[in-house]
Design a protein around this ligand. Structure first.
Ligand code: FES
Length: 67
């Protein structure tokens, strides 16, 4: 995951057993190089790799166990 921003400072916060909250990014680039525009000031990026809306968290981490 790569975070992209033209101007604002980008900050992240890892939620234990949950997503990474990203503040201030214009977009997130996934491992395939696809750019996903961040449409809100704070976006939740999936860290469990189980989301059906990658790269965004869809709440699936609440029902899956991490190995
Ligand atoms: S971290 Fe929430 S679905 Fe993966």
């Amino acid at each position: 995951m790569t975070l992209e921003s033209a101007t604002a400072e980008v900050t992240t916060r890892v939620c234990p057993n949950g997503p990474v909250l990203v503040r201030g990014a214009d977009a997130v680039r996934d491992e395939d190089g696809t750019l996903h525009p961040a449409t809100r000031p704070v976006v939740a990026v999936c860290a469990c790799a189980k989301s059906q809306r990658m790269p965004w968290c869809d709440g699936t981490h609440k029902v899956v166990r991490r190995g």
